[in-house]
Each structure stands twice: as structure tokens, then as C-alpha cells.
Design a binder for this molecule. Structure first.
Ligand code: GLA
Length: 627
């Protein structure tokens, strides 16, 4: 580890059955030894609370803690994460374990952080068992207070669903056809909250016993089941597990997007890249290895986008178990000739020289809105189109920013957005009264908003806002949408831009009636020939631009260049295609994602970057030379 520059490890994350081999038997000897060795070696520990995989004795004694799927299938022990988050037996056992861990290691000199559980929701994001059903009812009672309010919120007169007592209510188990949409939305909220209760239970134990040790759990990039905004408020340090697919050319962009989300979840604070692989994972159909330099490149990318720690899963490749073919620092065979080892070791040496980056911040002029309620509601079935997927839509905007080297944060629709010059809202389907008022206030005050189709459609109960789509935003946008014409897979719609050039849109088209908005582009051909496709409304001191389809990448980049120029948002640097440029504090990071060498001009100077090469330049130098 010293050779590879490792100075922190995650430890004992799945250690429960070894730490507590029976209800009243404990074995800390092995962990004491490892903690001691690490400490002697100058390696600090992010210590797992080990609660993510209950030991066999526990599920044997309490089979009711096993989770159940929507189909009524019980998930048995033998894998991991086989617990119902509402189970009292599970929670009590977890509490005992965490108390014991805090007791034993709370004062250990190697302890740097607590790693609570692991990747909440990863395999079991929601449980539908009877215990969960009861917990769901209690959650609903707290939310609605009365049956009548619940019936109204769920719209239960439709399809004869009116409830007369709490006992009748169930989780949205497998039904003949779609379960009630608001029931599903509430169940998503409940499931995220219930996992959060488990996290909080552990966090409270730890905070009480070790108030000075930071506590967190590892997130999983854009993970739909868990509302990370809500969770992030309870993380001393936000951390992420990132496994981009090396076979996918868009992975560099996707990883950047996840990095930006992590920084934003922590409200700009440095975060930790908690897990990535040195080369291959073991859970894709074909586990393509990272290209030479790619692990290092994506590590630098996280660093550039605000990470203060770069970590990996895993140290030593195991000989047995389900993950024995997952890459590691130390492979099954000879270490010295392993390219993954050599690259990780090289990075370890380099990070030692980059202390001045730690603690510095990344500033962004653009915010992209993401709201979990809206995401949950948008991707439920029985919509005008099942092809509008939240992350896919976010990506089509983000990709354009990424290519142009415009740095973006993520934000909630109800956040104070005034520090951003430009706000993008791709498919913000669910909009609360507060969110709509906030967007209006942002634009009135001089902000520039770019919003897409199928936004502002429903309220937090998933009831359609009446009065012409998108009713709560219609005045701000200066238009109403009369009807929707979703496009089939593979179908496109032609667009005529202001300068007469033609482009394409996909996924969606619609009939827009501007009241005040000016028309920036029209649909060309078909039933919408000549009708507005893109519009802009000057509102207060700012503007609201609206897109009635998803533009193809080329058109998207034209649109974004235009709104950025209007909002005064500039790229970090003009760099050749494939070269990412990010400013963090006083450093400029240049990352060549391309397969070919690239030359980046920084004023009079030029930086030459080989394929997947990186350069870290003093920002002042970059600024001076470009004058
Ligand atoms: C997740 C888990 C790890 C391991 C890796 C494998 O991130 O946290 O325990 O299973 O996936 O990629």
C-alpha cells in the first residue's frame, strides 16, 4: 500500500458475520490486527459499520427480516443486502453492531471516517412485505393525517380505489395493471425515507459516541430510488461509487456528470470518489477493461471536479466469492507486471504531489435542475410517451455543455438559483407551487432559464395542473402547449432554425401557442409544419427559452451556445474536441479523452497531450498567457 501511495482504505464493509459470528459472540481479533497494521503503515481507515449484509444466524433467527419484491418473492440470504429496511429485528441487530464497532474502534488512531452500511438501495431499493406495508401506512398517516386527504391526493375515485381505513392500504404490489400513480410516488418517497431512517439510526449512534469523526455512506451516481438531495444533508462528506463502462464512448461525459452531481450534493464541498475499478468489473455481460491511462484519466477528472479523495474497490482480488473476477490493485497473478497495478501506483505517486488541490472549489455559472420527486413521477408508466427518461434527457443537455467545456452544477428547483447565470431544466415534469414561483423569481431577477417539453405538467400529488400546459410556467414562458405528438422509436421531426438551417428532433413534438414568446425555430413538414418548436420569452430582467422537442446533438449545441452567450456564460477554455478543461481553485485541468494526441493552446503556449493524458496547469499562467 505504501508503494502505491495508499493512505486510506475502506475496511470491514461486509464484515458482519466475522465480527459477530453469533448473537452473543464477538470476534474483533482479526480486525484489531488489520487496524493496527494499517496504522503502523500510515494508512487511515474509513471503517465500515458492516451492516449491509446480515449474517446467516440473524436471518435464520428472524426470517421475517428478509425482503419481499412487488411480486411477493422473498429474497433469501446467500447474496448480500437481504434485509427489509423496516424490519425491527434488522434495525436492532444493526444498532447493536454499530454500538460495538463504535465502542471498540471509536478511539482508534487509524480511524478517519465511518462508512455507514454500503450503497443503500443497491440491490433492494424497496421492500413490499407485511412489515413494510405497516410502516408505509404509518408514513402515510404522518403525511396525510386523514383518510380523506389521502383519498383526495391519490385520486382514488378513479377505478374504484377509495379507501375507508388505513389497514386496507398496501404497498404498490403487483397489480393486474398500473397501480395508482400517487401511491407509487408516495411509495418511492417512503422507500427512500425508510432507508434514510436506517442510515440515521447508525449515524446517531456514531455521532453520540464519536462526535468528531466524519460519517457518510457511498452514493451511486444517478441512482433513482434514493433522493440524494435529502440524504446529502446528513453526510459529513459526500462520496460516490463510479463504474463507467469503458466500452461506451459516452462514459467520460457520464462520469463528469456524476462528479458534478456529487460536488453539488455537498453544496460545493470536496467529496470522495469512494469506489472505482482499477480495470474491469465483474457484473456486465462483457466486462471490458479500461484502456491504458483510462483509470488515471477518470481519477483526475474526479479530482478536477471537486474530489479530495480517489479510492478504489478493491485492494486484493479475492480467490473465492462472487467478486473474484473484479479487478484490484493486487491481482491473482504477479503484481509487478499488472498494467492496472502500475497505473494505480503511478497515480498514487502523483496525487502525493497535488496537495495544493485539496480543499479548493469549482465554480459553475450554469445549474442543471434535478428533482427526485419529478424523476420518480416522470418514469412511471401510462404517460404520453414512455421514452422520456430523466437521465437520458439530462445527458443530452449536459453532453453539449461538457463538449464546450462549460462547467455546470446540479441544483434543486427550489434552491436559491441567483448565483447562476443560466439554469437548464430538462423535463421537469413535476413542479410544486414553490418551485414554479422560484423559477419565476429567478428569471424576473435577471436569470436565464432553458426548459424543455413535458415540464410543469403535474403537482406534487401527480395531479395535472389545469389551465393549459404547463400551467404554472405558462406566463413565464409566454406560451401554452395545446397538444402533444410524441414520436415513435427511431422517428424524427425536422426543425427549421432561425438562420434557415435544418435540423432534427426526436422523442417528442407538440403544438405550441405563444402568447408573448418569440419563435426561435419552427417544425418543418408534417402536421406541425411552420409551428413553433423553440421559443423565448423575455420576462422581468431575464429570459425563458423553451424547447418543444429533443434537438439532435448538433442543434443542441447551437441552442446552448446561444443561451450561454446571452447569459454571459463562457467556457473554461477553447479546447480541441475530446479535450476536457476544468478549473478547480487556482488549477486548470486538461484531460484528453481522445484516442489521438491533442494540442491545447493556452494563449501563446501549447500543451501537448497524448491519448488519455492529463495536464494540471496553474490557472494564473493559463490566464496570463491568454491575455
Ligand atoms: C459496489 C460495492 C462493492 C463492490 C463493487 C463492485 O460498488 O460497493 O462492494 O461490489 O460494487 O463493482
Amino acid at each position: 500500500m505504501r508503494e502505491a501511495g495508499v493512505n486510506m482504505v475502506n475496511l470491514a464493509v461486509f464484515g458482519w458475520s466475522r465480527i459477530q459470528p453469533g448473537e452473543d459472540t464477538w470476534d474483533f481479533a482479526w480486525l484489531d490486527r488489520v487496524m493496527g497494521l494499517l496504522h503502523e503503515g500510515g494508512v487511515r481507515v474509513n471503517l465500515g459499520t458492516a451492516t449491509a449484509s446480515p449474517p446467516p444466524w440473524l436471518s435464520h433467527a428472524h426470517p421475517e427480516l428478509l425482503p419481499v419484491t412487488a411480486d411477493g418473492v422473498k429474497l433469501w440470504p446467500g447474496g448480500r443486502q437481504h434485509y427489509c429496511p423496516s424490519s425491527r429485528a434488522y434495525r436492532e441487530a444493526a444498532r447493536r453492531l454499530v454500538e460495538a464497532m463504535a465502542e471498540r474502534y471509536g478511539g482508534h488512531p487509524a480511524l478517519a471516517m465511518w462508512h455507514v452500511n454500503n450503497e443503500y438501495g443497491c440491490h433492494v431499493a424497496a421492500c413490499y412485505c407485511d412489515v413494510s406495508a405497516q410502516a408505509f401506512r404509518e408514513w402515510l398517516e404522518r403525511r396525510y393525517g386523514s383518510m380523506d386527504r389521502l383519498n383526495r391526493a391519490w385520486g382514488t375515485d378513479f377505478w374504484s380505489q377509495r379507501y375507508s381505513s388505513w389497514e386496507e392500504i398496501l404497498p404498490p404490489r403487483r397489480t393486474p395493471t398500473w397501480p395508482n400513480p400517487t401511491q407509487q410516488l408516495d411509495f418511492a418517497r417512503f422507500s427512500s425515507d425508510t432507508l434514510l431512517e436506517c442510515y440515521q439510526l447508525e449515524r446517531n449512534v456514531l455521532k453520540q459516541r464519536t462526535p468528531d469523526i466524519p460519517i457518510g455512506t457511498n452514493f451511486m451516481s444517478f441512482f433513482r430510488p434514493v433522493d440524494y438531495w435529502k440524504w446529502a444533508e446528513h453526510q459529513d462528506i459526500v462520496s460516490n461509487d463510479s463504474y463507467p463502462d469503458p466500452a461506451d464512448p459516452a462514459s467520460g461525459m457520464r462520469a463528469a456528470m456524476a462528479d458534478d452531481l456529487m460536488r453539488s450534493l455537498g453544496r460545493g464541498r470536496p467529496w470522495i470518489l469512494m469506489e472505482q475499478t482499477t480495470s474491469r468489473v465483474n457484473w456486465r455481460e462483457a466486462n471490458v477493461a479500461k484502456e491504458p491511462g483510462q483509470a488515471r484519466l477518470w481519477s483526475y477528472q474526479a479530482l478536477a471536479r471537486g474530489a479530495d479523495g480517489i479510492m478504489y474497490f478493491q485492494w486484493r482480488q479475492s480467490q473465492a466469492g462472487a467478486e473474484k473476477f473484479h479487478s484490484a490493485f493486487v491481482p491473482h497473478g504477479p503484481t509487478e507486471s499488472s498494467p492496472a497495478w502500475l497505473e494505480a501506483k503511478q497515480l498514487g505517486g502523483e496525487l502525493r504531489e497535488l496537495d495544493r488541490v485539496a480543499g479548493t472549489r469549482v465554480e459553475a455559472g450554469v445549474a442543471v435542475l434535478l428533482d427526485w420527486d419529478s424523476w420518480w413521477a416522470l418514469e412511471q408508466p401510462s404517460k404520453p410517451s414512455g421514452r422520456v427518461k430523466q437521465v437520458e434527457q439530462l445527458e443530452s443537455y449536459y453532453a453539449s455543455l461538457f463538449q464546450a467545456n462549460v462547467t455546470a452544477d446540479f441544483a434543486r428547483p427550489v434552491d436559491d438559483l441567483s448565483k447562476y447565470r443560466l439554469v437548464l431544466a430538462p423535463n421537469l415534469y413535476l413542479v410544486s407551487r414553490d418551485a414554479a414561483a422560484n423559477l419565476r423569481q429567478y428569471v424576473e431577477g435577471g436569470g436565464h432559464l432553458l426548459l424543455s417539453y413535458f415540464s410543469g405538467i403535474v403537482d406534487p400529488d401527480d395531479h395535472v395542473w389545469l389551465g393549459g400546459y404547463p400551467a404554472p410556467l405558462a406566463e413565464l414562458l409566454g406560451l401554452t402547449v395545446v397538444d402533444w405528438y410524441p414520436l415513435a422509436a427511431g422517428a424524427t421531426v425536422a426543425l427549421r432554425l432561425a438562420d434557415g438551417t435544418l435540423g432534427l428532433g426526436d422523442v417528442w413534438s407538440e403544438l405550441i401557442r405563444p402568447s408573448k414568446a418569440e419563435v426561435l425555430a419552427t417544425f418543418a413538414g408534417g402536421r406541425l409544419d411552420g409551428e413553433p418548436a423553440f421559443t423565448r420569452n423575455r420576462f422581468g430582467r431575464g429570459s425563458a427559452t423553451y424547447l418543444g422537442t429533443r434537438p439532435e446533438p448538433l442543434v443542441m449545441s447551437v441552442v446552448l451556445r446561444d443561451v450561454c452567450a446571452m447569459a454571459g456564460v463562457t467556457p473554461v477554455l477553447d479546447a480541441p474536441p475530446g479535450v476536457e478543461a476544468v478549473r478547480r481553485g487556482e488549477m486548470l485541468f486538461l484531460l484528453n479523452h481522445g484516442e489521438a494526441p491533442a494540442e491545447v493552446r493556452i494563449g501563446e503556449q501549447a500543451a501537448r497531450l497524448g491519448p488519455r493524458e492529463v495536464a494540471v496547469v496553474d490557472w494564473e499562467m493559463a490566464e496570463e498567457t491568454s491575455r
